[in-house]
Design a protein around this ligand. Sequence first.
Ligand SMILES: [Zn+2]
Length: 272
Amino acid sequence: MESEFTLMAVHAHPDDEVIGTGGVLARYAEEGVRTVLVTCTNGEQGDGPGGVKPGEPGHDPAEVSRRRLDELQESAAHLAIDHVELLGYPDSGMAGWDANADAEVFSNVPLDRSAARLAELMERYRPQVVVTYDEKGGYGHPDHIQAHRIAIAAAEATGIPRKLYYTAIPRAGIAQMMDYLRDTGVDVGDFDLPEDFGTPDEEITTAVDVSAYFERKRKALEAHASQGENIFLLRMPEEAQRQALGREVFVRRFSAVPVPDGEEDDLFAGLR
Ligand SMILES: [Zn+2]
């Protein structure tokens, strides 16, 4: 089935596409929607071979990015993403890391420059729906915050997206998941989440059932093998993975079309 629709997801690093948006990318692709993933950085500040961290011996940023960009292509294939667009900026690392000092890293590049690159892609693909992070970047990573900023700036400059969403992690859902893991005897260690982690449930506008795409999301996550140590979800029991990956939730930042009352279950609601 062909459609005239395009969905664009704007993410910071190779691997960010899977957990919060892998299901909608796969599901809409299957419905004939053209899907575009924009990955802003090359992920140089990820783990090196054997889990070595940036700055440690054996961590070669260029090699890490090559590996991660290969993994991204494999992940995108599992999710049937039509177009992967790389902005190619160096990864800024987490707040406080040495990489932050480099003027060329994504979060330090002037917003007008990086947003103009994304605006070009919006002009080319003309996505009706764009998905990115909220203003906190989900969890505060400088590159996630910057991805949010360029997505908003490009959407405003081009006026092309009719609907724009933030990925969300429902606060109550997380609490439930942690209880479930503790109950099933999973060692969650000192994985103590800050009280303001995630999105308050009443702010969530949209929830999409992507349970049919669970296996493909898991394969896509597994494709990012070099970052396996950081992908906590892969070490959870399958039932917990199904819960965590089977539903993707969003906060609608704006819609130029009328939206349904109550919770939406379709990012293209009102456009069809
Ligand atoms: Zn990231």
